[in-house]
Design a protein around this ligand. Structure first.
Ligand code: C2O
Ligand code: CU
Length: 524
């Protein structure tokens, strides 16, 4: 009953549901939430409610309330174009921002107004999405939901206040473009943050096939045609170079923390900052220095287990927000997740390895304090063994915790697969084009309950908000992307304080494009 009531966007009692209510509910649900769609929902006795569109007055008012007078403005030019990039002795044709891979880092301060002009020199539509940023809805970059896609040869100026500090990234939100090279870090500094580190390094992880084995669109078409062929990949009979070590396996059947089936695509390369392990990205440091590493998983179908040879690390943030520090040998990042860790650098040349979880292969970068032989591209630091840290063990710091409370509304998102198709991923049995927008109201405390009914993990991402993991033991981490493991249920809470139409989706780009996306719709 609870859900039927929510689906109808009603706040009144569901008891008196009569024919006309059901009819109007059907009408609303059938709309598919185009930007222009305006649906009146007649709830029993409640005033009619309609979707708060991206260009509505409440979106503009929320944007105005976020912007401080005299805020600094930062202007950036973002040409998106076909380009050839050098992955380290390997030149490939792809699509990038500003001919760079990753694209040019944007660095601002909390409270700044960022104005970034996308110049679309690609042969097809594009947009830019500002992943993790609680920005105004009309700048969120979701084609046909928050804006018209920017067509080839056209420009679009994204302009918004950046309200929270932390490690973010931006990427195209059209089709499979994220699995090309259209991504870059977005770092938001906090002038008042205590700097308990001497220097910092941004490390962006990616799984790479574009221009090598297939373009991502062809890879997706193949999955749709043939279904998943990767099951079992990376399991059994391995042990060769780049394979998993014994200590990295857990439970039965050799499955790791994400289960036995961790991906749909077998990538030929894994990159850190656009480089293959044979020609790695190198950061120079001094022994004893405290380095803050900003780790970003920009991959499309790969979780990365990250460790540094000879070092342990202290996790200080995830998805931009601070957590009570935890020490670990390794962290596991789902697609779209970020972690900030601090390490005290030893003396020598050390590998930072991002191992493709449950797949064969890895990315590598180096921390170097003096000259010396670089470790082999196949090096497997022992720190990779054992259980990697995941977000569930983290707790938000006091100052970023949500006030405690019970949810005003709960939406269940059942993550599934359509058994009648080779490759179609669903939320509550529907693909994105058949979606039923999920109603929420301003100032509610909303709970999302992700119920994974599949045998793959899904990194679920919410736009425009930072939720808090429910966690058994009190307030968990604030995040915008959370791994939901096979057959697991994960609950997150957020405050509905940013009106508009907001995507919720799996950040596996192949799953998302094959349907696993929906929309949370503010109603007013
Ligand atoms: Cu980074 Cu809708 O995604
Ligand atoms: Cu998924």
């Amino acid at each position: 009953m609870d859900e039927a009531r929510e689906a109808a966007g009603q706040r009144a009692s569901a008891r008196g549901t009569d024919r006309s209510t059901v009819a109007s509910r059907r009408r609303f649900l059938g709309l598919g939430a185009g930007v222009a769609a305006v649906a009146a929902v007649q709830a029993c006795g409640a005033p009619s409610a309609e979707p708060v569109g991206p260009r509505s007055r409440s979106v503009r008012e929320a944007a105005r309330a976020r912007q401080a007078t005299g805020a600094r403005r930062v202007g950036v030019d973002l040409p998106a174009k076909p380009s050839e990039v050098d992955l380290g002795g390997l030149r490939v044709p792809t699509w990038t921002f500003n001919k760079q891979l990753p694209g040019p880092e944007i660095r601002v301060r909390r409270g700044d107004v960022l104005r970034a002009t996308l110049r679309n020199e690609l042969p097809e539509d594009a947009t830019v999405h500002w992943h993790g940023i609680a920005l105004r809805n009309d700048m969120d970059g979701v084609p046909n939901v928050t804006q018209d896609p920017v067509s080839s040869g056209k420009e679009f100026a994204y302009e918004f206040t950046v309200p929270d500090s932390g490690t973010y990234f931006f990427h195209s939100h059209v089709g499979m473009q994220l699995d090309r090279g259209l991504y870059a870090p977005l770092i938001v500094e906090d002038p008042n943050e205590p700097g308990r580190y001497d220097d910092e390094v941004v490390l962006v992880f990616d799984d790479w096939l574009d221009g090598v084995t297939a373009v991502p669109e062809a890879q997706l078409a193949k999955l749709r045609r043939e279904g998943m062929s990767m099951s079992g990949m990376g399991h059994g009979g391995m042990g060769g170079m780049g394979g998993m070590q014994e200590g990295e396996r857990h439970g039965g059947m050799g499955a790791g923390p994400l289960g036995a089936d961790t991906g749909d695509v077998d990538y030929p390369h894994y990159l850190i900052n656009g480089r293959v392990p044979a020609a790695p990205f190198i950061t120079d440091a001094k022994p004893g220095q405290r380095l803050r590493l900003r780790l970003i998983n920009a991959g499309a179908d790969t979780a990365f287990r990250v460790a540094i040879g000879g070092h342990h690390m202290t996790v200080t943030h995830t998805d931009g927000f601070p957590v009570e520090p935890v020490e670990t040998n390794s962290v596991l990042l789902g697609m779209g997740e970020r972690y900030d860790v601090v390490v005290t650098v030893g003396d020598g040349v050390f590998p930072i390895v991002a191992s493709a979880e449950g797949k064969q292969g890895q990315a590598m970068a180096l921390i170097r304090t003096r000259s010396g032989a670089a470790p082999s591209a196949m090096v497997r630091p022992q720190e990779l063994a054992g259980r990697p840290l995941m977000a569930e063990v983290l707790r938000a710091t006091e100052q970023v915790r949500l006030p405690s409370g019970t949810p005003d509304r709960t939406h269940t998102l059942k993550l599934g697969m359509d058994p009648s198709a080779k490759y179609r991923w669903t939320i509550n049995g529907r693909t994105f084009d058949q979606r039923k927008p999920m109603p929420i109201s301003r100032d509610e405390r909303v709970r999302l309950r992700f119920v994974n009914t599949t045998m793959m993990f899904h990194p679920m991402h919410l736009h425009g908000h930072t939720f808090q993991l429910a966690g058994g033991k009190g307030p968990g981490a604030r995040k915008d992307t959370v791994i939901v493991r096979p057959m697991e249920t994960v609950e997150v809470d957020f405050l509905a304080d940013n009106p508009g139409q907001w995507l919720v989706h799996c950040h596996n780009t192949y799953h998302g494009e094959a349907g696993m996306m929906t929309v949370l719709s503010y109603m007013a």
